[in-house]
Design a protein around this ligand. Structure first.
Ligand SMILES: [Cu+2]
Length: 322
């Protein structure tokens, strides 16, 4: 959440740095889903992912969800998460701080739409005064990038209608992949968080219900090259966990007790007592962390878990029989 004073300042700067009157403004979406997509579908992409504009034009990026549009300074691309001295993942402050909408791209200076707060994220524009090829990234979702080709003022560039059509095509392509993902079969002994195919992803566990015998071990994993961060977190009640997890990203810092593994060891050992406390994998696949962990279930019962990054949609159940 941003302080009100800062928000007012940002608004004032946004007006001061509004796109130049002589430049066109071209719209690009960050994320979004097509109508008819599975309810937990997500698209990790700029739509479209390439745009051609003239020098002096602006690209206005509308985020749908928790993406953060980010223009790296020359040679400096901070990872979405860095580990602080205690080993807890922290969002880089350069990423966390919103710069004025409409600001020009200047060599060596990073521009960021800032972290999403409690309110609906607002569109954020970047002006491209000079010709060349520029990359805008989603700072929170690795691999998600927008290529902006800035050409001379006499070169033809796509108009707003062409861009709209390109957005629709990109969404339709993602929808096909999202539907195919819903048909993907679970792998025995494993639970996958957030299946993904290219830009198409589902915010769910596959399978969402698993049954095994006491003493058996599950592999809990995220896909290779996943754009999203996920955890497997067991706790006494899902609503209590969800309360703790909500707003995980509204500060510049993850709650380390949720973001880090709650216990050492491989495998993590699940017991009824551990479930009453908190048993979590922490964020899987962040730099320096594995993308899978093993968890052994020692006591019979039915145990629910969720992902602290997506607590509303990503929930699952493990049933342990004697
Ligand atoms: Cu998740």
């Amino acid at each position: 959440m941003r302080a009100p004073a800062l928000t007012a300042l940002a608004a004032a700067l946004a007006v001061a740095g509004a796109p130049a009157a002589d430049g066109a403004v071209r719209d690009v979406d960050l994320g979004g889903v097509a109508e008819g997509a599975p309810s937990d579908a997500w698209t990790h992409a700029f739509l479209p992912s390439t745009v051609r504009v003239r020098a002096g034009d602006s690209v206005r990026i509308t985020p749908y969800g928790d993406g953060v549009a980010f223009v790296p300074g020359a040679g400096a691309v901070p990872p979405p998460l860095v580990l602080d001295a205690s080993g807890a993942p922290v969002v880089d402050p350069v990423v966390a701080t919103r710069t004025a909408s409409g600001a020009p791209v200047v060599a060596g200076r990073a521009l960021s739409a800032g972290l999403p707060g409690d309110e609906e994220p607002e569109p954020w524009a970047v002006r491209f005064p000079r010709t060349g090829t520029f990359i805008v990234r989603d700072a929170l979702h690795p691999g998600v990038r927008l290529t902006v080709r800035v050409v001379g003022r006499r070169t033809r560039v796509p108009g707003a209608a062409e861009l709209r059509a390109a957005r629709r095509r990109a969404l339709a392509g993602a929808l096909r992949r999202q539907r195919a993902l819903t048909r993907r079969k679970p792998v025995a002994g494993r639970v996958l968080a957030g299946p993904q195919d290219g830009p198409a992803a589902l915010e769910r566990f596959v399978p969402s219900r698993t049954t095994l015998r006491a003493g058996q071990t599950l592999v809990l994993e995220v896909p290779a090259g996943a754009s999203s961060r996920h955890t497997f977190t067991f706790g006494p009640t899902l609503s209590g966990l969800e309360d703790r997890a909500n707003g995980l990203l509204t500060g510049a810092r993850y709650d380390p007790t949720l973001a880090l593994p709650s216990a050492p060891g491989d495998p993590l050992v699940h017991t009824a007592a551990a479930q009453r406390e908190l048993l979590g994998t922490g964020l899987l696949g962040v730099p320096g962390r594995a993308r899978s962990v093993r968890m052994r279930f020692d006591e019979p019962g039915t145990f629910r878990f969720l992902c602290v990054v997506h607590p509303g949609s990503m929930r699952g159940t493990v049933t342990v029989t004697p």
